[in-house]
Design a protein around this ligand. Structure first.
Ligand SMILES: Nc1ncnc2c1ncn2[C@@H]1O[C@H](COP(=O)(O)OP(=O)(O)OP(=O)(O)O)[C@@H](O)[C@H]1O
Ligand SMILES: [Mg+2]
Length: 1024
């Protein structure tokens, strides 16, 4: 009967037993090699269990067995051990073979404690109204064992034998029910982390002497991984001066004097470590620490480090659906700064992935592009009012263009907020980011004395230290990463030498050559890895710095547990480390230093690399099927480096299309260029030709936005060339329109109009009314610029009518505002007012804050021209309020100047001065020359009113210089007029005449009629 029950248990749990073993067998092609290895053995005995089971009916017995053994099997499995045998009332489990972990005794101890608890919970069995409490006795021992297969070829069994096993069994026999007894060796190995009784001497059968045994009582409180990581860092050496500077800077930013720091230095010199030390400072605890990384494989991904930071701020998790993301963003913005709620869609756009067509992108106004950066900035500033911010952006040598632009924008305003921004930069990379005004800390190598101390800390064995220190100091050159790698190399060397040599350090290290670069020493360490493990490291390097286990598993095709064991081993060698999974990513391991990843990656054959990239790309496509757009940049990176050209083109293009709606045009340009390069190397059939034409067009558009006009022109022509081969009319008209826009931007009015008209001809066939309305609007604006105001007027009218019929509101607003400009130019300010008010009401209905704010400014301006001062002031102030709300300090500055002008008209000099000062602050921050010119001009007018001719003249001259340099003809012309007027008051008639004539010429040329009549009158008076 007993025999039967036992088999019963075995049968039930057999499927679980051999997992690790079967894998090892399959790996070893059918046989397990015998091994000597350190193993931890657990014996568990549930006293009287079989006897009890005998008294139950078979069905009940099975249930009891299930309740008790299933949890045990699961627990052993969970901790990475395996059950080796079922024996009578209990079982034997092993940890450490066939696969070992660096902490097998700990694992065995944890598993045993959990098993005890589980039996306590599940071991209450009712027989004839009596409850019987089952109790287990457990013994654990660690030591050298021989493991391997025993038996005949047809029936093999995996076993461990040796004294250690016998001792474990004896320990179990000597344990009191409910207790865990452990031997000396496991005690030594786990004592740090567990609560253990004082030793007891025991007489063990077969042993001459008494042996020490211990009762394992429980676990000590665990140190969280993060703390552990920090504790495990080596002693921090030197850098006192740099740290002091950083701490002082931190203090300043704490007092709302925002700071910007750049830490420069070569690979491994300690940039990241220095930042880490700063975050341990007590004042840093008062800060919200936000960090983002740049990396070589994310160089094109728009806002890569910012996405990381905002994912943290909004608490977004990896699996969140877009709806959930939107919800989180909204509720968080509400907490931080509810006035930014109107812009929540920009954040959604930043963090999820929306793709728009080229035409849709073109509809987004340029204004909006600044808005994205503005609101993102504004949210950070508002966030800093809750708690100061310490923003860390690492490895900016790999920063993407959009993030770089963002940081540059930030620096201008950061001074006003309790924010400290630190960037680290690895020299001697090419600099992509110049932040003027950043304080630079350059890290030089450690001094020899410091290196010496660090070595002494890292090498505990005195004689090895003495033997090696001079060699290390001269080779490492004060680079801490190099020092660490050398020391690791030394440890590995010592482990790898033969038994008989061990201990004889002089002999071991006599011919120990330290390679002379950190790269080669790290490579040497990698080369020491056993086959198999090394391949795993290489493969992981293709993923980048982070190793997502799920993804990696698909690439290696290894079982999860096996793969995990491999990774744990690599961790033991300190090539990678487990990291606390960031909520937004399923990251589990990371390379301890990017150097290791780089070396491993560079060691791969190109062929292998490409095939791994393909594998990763394909695996990602499967894994992220429903979120493929979110992974476009990663997929673009992997396929770009694979052999699959078609997919490379597909994802590069997608990544570009994703960058455009984020106004990350430089990033988009990179993606499109990559995509074109690959595409042009393939055979060009109709599909490819169409693709090429479209991509060239998109590329040209992005280039035109960032002001690369020459490139735009070349690429639009290429787009046209490919397009004509495919005979796509729609595409052709779009390209022609873009050419019109380009020449318009370049001031080549007639050429622009020619292209627009060509495009219109094609559109007539296509009946694309929206595009038609847009083009006619564009033609209208160009005619205004040309000074052909009447043609301009009729174009705008036509566009407006067309927009009304097809209900194209976005274009309608643009045309309305252009119409306002027309009325302003011809001096019909009442009509301008009407138009602006109509535009305002539509913008209000659409809650388009940018347009509302702009139009209010325009309204103020028109009222000012009409000398309706109260109204003008009202609208300027409203526009300022809105600008503040959306962080648009540029518009705020402009309207401050308008206010100043308005008060000057009323001879309220003190208010004028007040607004001048306010506006000046802003334009100095923005380094906006034209804005400053407006201020010079206002100052000149102020001096003119107080009859300080000389000062006035200086400022007019200054303003005119800037206007003419930037080609701002209207303001140049008007300034000459105002200066001329001043000269009349000063009675400098000759110069006055000269200036008035200059002014008339300029203003006539551009068809601006605003002051022409006054100029004529004044010139006539002067003649008299
Ligand atoms: N002052 C120091 N004292 C002790 N150890 C240090 C010191 N500086 C750096 N280290 C150690 O040297 C290694 C490399 O440092 P770190 O990662 O900070 O370099 P890095 O300059 O950021 O390199 P990279 O250019 O690759 O980003 C780390 O393991 C770090 O702990
Ligand atoms: Mg670093």
């Amino acid at each position: 009967m007993k025999e039967k029950k036992q088999n019963n248990i075995l049968e039930l749990y057999k499927p679980y037993v051999p997992e690790a073993v079967t894998y090892r067998i399959s790996e070893g092609k059918g046989s397990l090699p015998s091994e000597r290895s350190e193993t931890t053995i657990i014996f568990i005995d549930i006293r009287g269990f079989t006897k009890l089971a005998d008294q139950l009916d078979p069905e009940k017995a099975t249930e009891v067995i299930n309740n008790i053994f299933a949890p045990i099997v699961n627990i052993i499995d969970k901790f990475g051990g395996s059950i080796n045998k079922f024996l009578g009332d209990g079982l034997m489990a092993i940890f450490g073979t066939p696969y070992s972990h660096e902490d097998d005794p700990e694992r065995a101890a944890r598993a045993s404690l959990e098993i005890m608890k589980s039996i306590e919970e599940n071991g209450k069995i009712k027989i004839d109204n009596k409850v019987k409490n089952l109790k287990a006795r457990i013994g654990i021992n660690t030591g050298l064992c021989i493991s391997g297969e025993i038996g005949s070829p047809s029936r093999k069994e995996f076993t461990v034998i040796g004294d250690t096993v016998n001792m474990a069994s004896r320990l179990q026999e000597n344990a009191t029910p409910g207790k865990i007894l452990i031997g000396e060796k496991p005690f030594q190995r786990i004592k740090e982390n567990f609560i253990i009784s004082t030793p007891r001497k025991l007489k063990i059968k077969g042993k001459k002497d008494l042996v020490s045994v211990y009762t394992l009582k429980g676990e000590k409180k665990k140190i969280s991984f993060l703390e552990k990581k920090k504790n495990s860092h080596s002693y921090f050496m030197g850098r006192q001066k740099e740290l002091k500077v950083l701490k002082e800077t931190l203090k300043k930013s704490y007092q709302s004097e925002g700071q910007l720091i750049e830490i420069n230095g070569e690979l491994g010199v300690g940039k990241s470590r220095l930042i880490l030390e700063l975050t341990k400072d007590s004042l840093a605890k008062e800060f919200n620490v936000l960090s983002g990384n740049c990396s070589s494989w994310e160089e094109s991904k728009p806002y890569a480090p910012l996405k990381e930071i905002f994912t943290k701020i909004f608490g977004i998790k990896f699996d969140d659906e877009p709806k959930e993301i939107d919800k989180k963003i909204k509720s968080r913005i509400k907490e931080i700064d509810s006035s930014l709620l109107f812009a929540s869609s920009y954040f959604s756009r930043l963090l999820s992935s929306k793709i728009k067509s080229l035409e849709e992108i073109m509809e987004q106004s340029k204004e909006e592009s600044n808005l994205l950066i503005r609101v993102v900035k504004k949210l950070l500033w508002s966030f800093s009012s809750q708690k100061p911010l310490l923003i860390i952006i690492e490895d900016v040598q790999w920063i993407d263009n959009a993030s770089a632009e963002f940081l540059i924008q930030c620096y201008k305003e950061i001074k006003e907020y309790p924010v400290m921004l630190i960037c680290s930069f690895r020299e001697p990379h090419k600099k992509k980011l110049y932040i003027g005004g950043a304080k630079i800390i350059k890290l030089s190598p450690l001094k020899n004395t410091e290196t010496d101390k660090l070595i002494r800390f890292l090498i505990k064995e005195k004689n090895i230290y003495k033997l090696m220190k001079d060699k290390i100091i001269t080779t490492a050159n004060g680079n801490p990463l190099f020092i660490e790698e050398i020391v690791r190399g030394i440890k590995e060397k010592r482990l790898s030498v033969d038994k008989e040599k061990q201990g004889n350090n002089t002999e071991i290290f006599a011919d120990f050559q330290i390679p002379d670069t950190v790269q080669s020493i790290a490579r040497a360490r990698i080369d020491l890895l056993p086959v198999g493990l090394k391949e795993i490291l290489y493969q992981a390097s293709v993923l980048g710095r982070y190793i997502e286990i799920n993804l990696f598993q698909r690439i290696t095709n290894l079982q999860n547990k096996v793969l995990l064991d491999f990774l744990k081993k690599l961790q033991k060698y300190e090539f990678i480390e487990e990291i606390k999974p960031a909520p937004q990513l399923q990251r589990y391991f990371a390379f301890t230093h990017s150097l290791i990843q780089e070396i491993a990656y560079n060691s791969l054959l190109f062929k292998t690399r490409r095939s791994l990239h393909t594998k990763i790309g394909v695996a990602m496509e499967v894994m992220y099927l429903s979120k493929i757009d979110a992974k476009a940049e990663e997929l673009a990176y992997h396929f770009k480096n694979s052999d699959d050209k078609e997919k490379a083109v597909f994802y590069l293009n997608k990544a570009g299309d994703k960058a455009q709606p984020l106004y990350a045009f430089k990033n988009a340009i990179n993606y499109y260029l990559d995509s074109i390069k690959i595409l042009e190397s393939t055979i060009l059939e109709k599909k490819q030709l169409t693709q090429l034409s479209e991509i060239y067009n998109k590329l040209a558009f992005s280039q035109s936005v960032v002001g690369e006009r020459k490139e735009t022109e070349i690429n639009l022509n290429k787009a046209l060339e490919y397009c004509r081969k495919t005979k796509s009319k729609d595409n052709e008209s779009l390209i022609l329109m873009n050419m019109g826009n380009l020449y318009g931007d370049m001031g080549q009015w007639d050429r622009a109009i020619k292209y627009f008209k060509n495009s219109l001809l094609i559109i007539k066939e296509l009946n694309n009314l929206k595009r038609k309305a847009r083009i006619i609007n564009n033609i209208g604006l160009i005619n205004l610029f040309k000074g052909d105001t009447s043609t301009g007027y009729s174009n705008l009218k036509e566009s407006l009518t067309l927009c009304e019929t097809i209900k194209a509101e976005d274009i309608y607003i643009m045309a309305l505002n252009n119409m306002g400009i027309y009325y302003d130019m011809v001096g019909e300010w009442r009509k301008a007012l009407d138009i602006y008010k109509r535009s305002l009401s539509i913008s209000k209905r659409n809650n388009n804050i940018i347009e509302i704010s702009n139009t209010m400014g325009n309204l103020g301006f028109a009222y000012s021209s009409l000398n309706e001062s109260e109204q003008a002031i009202y609208y300027f102030q409203e526009s300022i309020l809105l600008s503040e709300k959306i962080g648009d300090i540029y518009n705020k500055g402009i309207n401050l100047i308008h206010l100043g002008e308005e008060y000057l008209k009323k001879d309220n000099f003190s208010k004028t001065k007040y607004y001048i000062t306010k506006a000046e602050e802003i334009f100095k921050i923005l380094e906006d020359k034209l804005g400053l010119a407006d201020i010079y001009r206002l100052k000149a007018k102020l001096f003119k009113k107080s009859k300080r001719w000389k000062d006035s003249e200086i400022f007019f001259k200054n303003a005119i210089k800037v206007y003419s340099k930037f080609g701002d003809r209207i303001n140049e012309g008007e300034s000459y007029y105002e200066w001329g007027d001043m000269l009349i008051l000063k009675r400098d008639i000759d110069l006055a005449k000269k200036n008035l004539i200059k002014s008339r010429k300029i203003l006539r040329n551009i068809g601006a009629k605003k002051h022409l009549r006054e100029i004529e009158e004044k010139l006539n008076n002067l003649k008299k």
